[in-house]
Design a protein around this ligand. Structure first.
Ligand code: ACO
Length: 325
């Protein structure tokens, strides 16, 4: 079977830093509560840039870091839960801005698992069609779907984008194993956002009830702490690997207590998990590619290293992949 390797990463987050202290003047909260319950210290919040603009800037950085020309890209897949528009897709807008004239482009909606879902879909298309090289992007302006008067959610999220270039390979490297799944019955009860108006002459009830993110935090928490170890164990089994050979686990960056718990359940040192949620909060589909891009910048990942990515989110969805660099 043809392999698919990851060539490089890039990311872009808005300059505007909103600290926990800043939020103290918006809702009844404290820096101490947010740090203790989540590990988040600050997040980036857009002061005007949209999801397309963040995605475009992350893509430019990924192309540069991959030494890749725009004309080499024949597929663009964007994961987002907070698009600027329903149509055109974020991916098509990014394609137009980049001038990737040879690329097919579409979006994927799988909330915080969206980047890994997109990686799996793009790598399957590379394996199964004439597409050879893809840009896979996670981009979110979640601040537009946050209720800024709800302290239980507005302290958790941030805006940002991360991108990867992946391409066909003949070597035994790249995306070694994958898993992805969903449970829609859990999702509609515990995590919803972005209801659209049915403002037609035929509609009986035009009221919007779920315009902003509504989350049953404790239910999502319970789900998250069991699903991360499940993803990791499934990937290890499918790849016939031992966790001691995995250099890093890069989890969805939602809450440091979830990561502590996952490390304890997997009986591994917490240092095996890469964490940057203290600086960005939860950026949904952008969280994993932003983390990977930072890790490359810091020189933490070398050729031959094996890394596991694991995500969960709205839907509910979950997904993981084991990658050899
Ligand atoms: N500041 C101060 N107090 C607060 C705040 C706040 N920002 N938010 C809630 N509280 C209060 C509550 O009102 C409650 O008060 P009460 O005891 O008087 O009723 C108390 O703090 C405890 O609230 P809990 O909700 O029980 O707090 P918990 O320890 O469960 O932490 C949290 C809440 C952080 C949301 C946690 O449940 C969590 O992280 N859940 C998982 C969320 C997640 O992972 N989401 C990501 C997946 S989905 C996606 O990414 C789109």
């Amino acid at each position: 079977m043809k392999g698919v390797k990851v060539v490089g990463f890039g990311h872009y987050c808005p300059d505007n830093i909103v600290s926990n202290k800043d939020l103290e003047s918006i809702v009844e909260t404290t820096d101490e509560w947010i740090v203790k319950r989540t590990g988040i210290k600050e997040r980036r919040i857009s002061s005007g840039e949209g999801t397309v603009e963040l995605a475009y800037k992350a893509a430019l950085s990924a192309l540069k870091n991959s030494n890749c020309d725009k004309d080499d890209i024949d597929l663009i897949v964007v994961a987002t839960t907070s698009p600027d528009k329903i149509m055109p897709s974020t991916a098509c807008s990014v394609q137009g801005l980049l001038g990737c004239n040879n690329a097919a482009a579409f979006d994927i909606s799988a909330a915080c698992s969206g980047f890994i879902y997109s990686l799996i879909v793009a790598s399957s298309l590379i394996r199964g069609t004439d597409k050879k090289r893809a840009l896979v992007i996670g981009s979110e302006v979640l601040s537009r779907i946050i209720d800024w008067s709800d302290r239980s959610t507005c302290v958790l999220f941030g805006d940002g984008a991360g991108a990867a270039v992946i391409e066909i390979s003949n070597d035994e490297e790249g995306i070694i194993s994958t898993c992805f799944s969903s449970d829609g019955s859990l999702g509609k009860k515990s995590l919803v956002a972005g209801e659209l108006e049915l403002n037609t002459p035929f509609a009986k009830d035009k009221k919007l009830e779920k315009r902003y993110i509504e989350m049953k935090g404790a239910e999502v928490y319970k789900f998250a702490v069991s699903i991360i170890p499940q993803i990791v164990n499934e990937l290890l089994e499918k790849s016939n690997e031992d966790i001691k050979n995995i250099k890093y686990i890069v989890p969805h960056q939602a809450n440091s207590r979830i990561i502590d718990d996952a490390a304890r359940r997997l009986k591994v040192d917490k240092d095996k998990f890469y964490i940057n949620l203290d600086k960005y909060g939860n950026t949904s589909s952008a969280s994993i590619p932003v983390a990977l891009s930072e890790m490359f910048e810091k020189g933490l990942i070398k050729r031959g290293d094996k890394i596991i990515l694991a995500a969960f989110g709205g839907g509910l969805t979950w997904a993981g992949t084991l990658i050899k660099f």
